[in-house]
Ligand binder design. Sequence first.
Ligand SMILES: *[C@@H]1O[C@H](CO)[C@@H](O)[C@H](O)[C@H]1NC(C)=O
Ligand SMILES: *[C@@H]1O[C@H](CO)[C@@H](O)[C@H](O)[C@H]1NC(C)=O
Ligand SMILES: *[C@@H]1O[C@H](CO)[C@@H](O)[C@H](O)[C@H]1NC(C)=O
Ligand SMILES: *[C@@H]1O[C@H](CO)[C@@H](O)[C@H](O)[C@H]1NC(C)=O
Ligand SMILES: [Cu+2]
Length: 383
Amino acid sequence: MVQFTTWATAFLVGLAAAAEYPPDVVDKLAESSLPKLKEYLEKNPQGSCTYETAVKRREWSNLSVQERKDYTDAVLCLMSKPALTSAQAPGAKSRFDDYVVIHIQQTPRNHGSTFFLPWHRYYVWHYENALRTECNYKGYQPYWNWDRYAKDPANSPLFDGSEGSMGGNGAKVTHQGIPIPGAPSPYNMIPPGSGGGCVTTGPFKNMSVNVGPLAPSLQTTRNPQSDGLGYNPRCLRRDVNKNAAAVTTANYTYDLITANKEIYWFQTVMEGQFPQGKWGVHAGGHYTVSGDPAGDFYVSPGDPMFWLHHTMIDRVWWIWQMQDLEKRLTQVSMTRTMNNFPPSANGTLDDLSGLGVLAEDVKVRELMSTMGGLGGKFCYVYD
Ligand SMILES: *[C@@H]1O[C@H](CO)[C@@H](O)[C@H](O)[C@H]1NC(C)=O
Ligand SMILES: *[C@@H]1O[C@H](CO)[C@@H](O)[C@H](O)[C@H]1NC(C)=O
Ligand SMILES: *[C@@H]1O[C@H](CO)[C@@H](O)[C@H](O)[C@H]1NC(C)=O
Ligand SMILES: *[C@@H]1O[C@H](CO)[C@@H](O)[C@H](O)[C@H]1NC(C)=O
Ligand SMILES: [Cu+2]
C-alpha cells in the first residue's frame, strides 16, 4: 500500500508537471521542424553523427530532481577543481572560474559580431564536456525554456531555492533597477525585481564569485585589477526579475525565429535593439537572473544560470537553422568587432574562434552545425 501510494504520487506529480507546461509555440515549431533535419541528414550524411546517435539536451523541468542535482553537483565539482588560467588571472580559483575568465577576455569579440552565435555554441559545448569528463556528469547540458517561467520566475523550478533548483533568488535589497544604456525612456530602466542580495538557498548558496565585476548592473565591491581578473571573493547575488522575463515569452521567440530570414536580423533582434526600446530575448534572459555577476555583460558566466540561458540561445539558433538548413548552416554576418567598433571587416566562415588556453582556435565553419560540427564532436539535438 505504501508502495502503491508512492507510485501513485509520482505519477500524479508527473501529470501535474505535464499539465503545467504544455508545449508552447516554439516547442511545436521545433518538433515540426525535425523532419527537415532528418531529410537534410539523409542527403548530407555526417559520418557517425546521425539523428539516432545525436544526444539530447533537455529542458530543466523535464529533468527529475535527481538529474538536476546530478547537474548542479557537477557544477559544484568544477568549482572545486584547480584553475588553469591563474597565471593570466590571479582571481581564478577553479575550473569554473576559467570559463568566466575566457568570457571576460573575449567579450568584445564575441558579442554584436560574427562570432556571437558560433562562439557561444563552442563555449557551452566545452563547458558541458568539462562537466562530463572532469566531473563524472552523465547527462547533457540542460536548457531554460524562458516561456515556462516568465510569469513568475522567482517561484519556478529554476529559482525556488529547493535542492532541485539552480539556487534561489537573492535576499530583498532596495535598488533602482537595471539601466539599459542607449534605450529611450521608459525602456532605459528595467524596474527592479524581488531580490538583489545574496543567494542563501539551494545548491549555490555557498559559492564564491571570484572575478569581476567589470560592468556591474548592481553596486558591488571593486576588483583589485582594472581588467576584472583579480581576486574579489563575494557572494552570488540575484535579483530575479519578471519585468525582464516579460520579453522572453514564446511569442517573442516565435516571432524572432519566423520573421527574420537573414542571419543579420535574426541575430540583431535576438541581441536586442536598444535604441528602439527592444531588449530582446538575449538581454531579457540575462536580466531575468540579474544581480552580480549575472547582470554584468563581461562576468555573467560566473552565475551558473548563464549556462542554461545560453543553451536556450543555442537552441533558438538551432530551430532557426532548421527552417532552411541548406542556407542557414553557412550563414554568418556582421563584422569582427562588437557593433563594428572599432570598424572591422565582415567576418567569414574561415575566421578563427577559440577559447583561449581552454581550447584551440577553429574555423567558424566548424561551429555552425550541432550535427557534425567540430570534426564530429558536436552531435546533439534539443528535446
Ligand atoms: C517535457 O515536459 C513537458 C511538460 O512539463 C511535456 O509536455 C513534454 O512532453 C516533455 N518532453 C519530453 C520530451 O519528455
Ligand atoms: C555551506 O557551507 C557550510 C559551512 O561551511 C556547510 O556546513 C554547508 O554544508 C554548505 N552547504 C552547501 C550546500 O554546500
Ligand atoms: C507577446 O505577448 C505579450 C503579452 O500578451 C504582448 O504584450 C507582446 O506585445 C507580444 N509580443 C510579440 C512580439 O508579439
Ligand atoms: C559586409 O556585409 C554587409 C552586410 O551584410 C554588406 O552590405 C557589405 O557589402 C559587406 N562588405 C564587404 C566589404 O564585403
Ligand atoms: Cu556572452
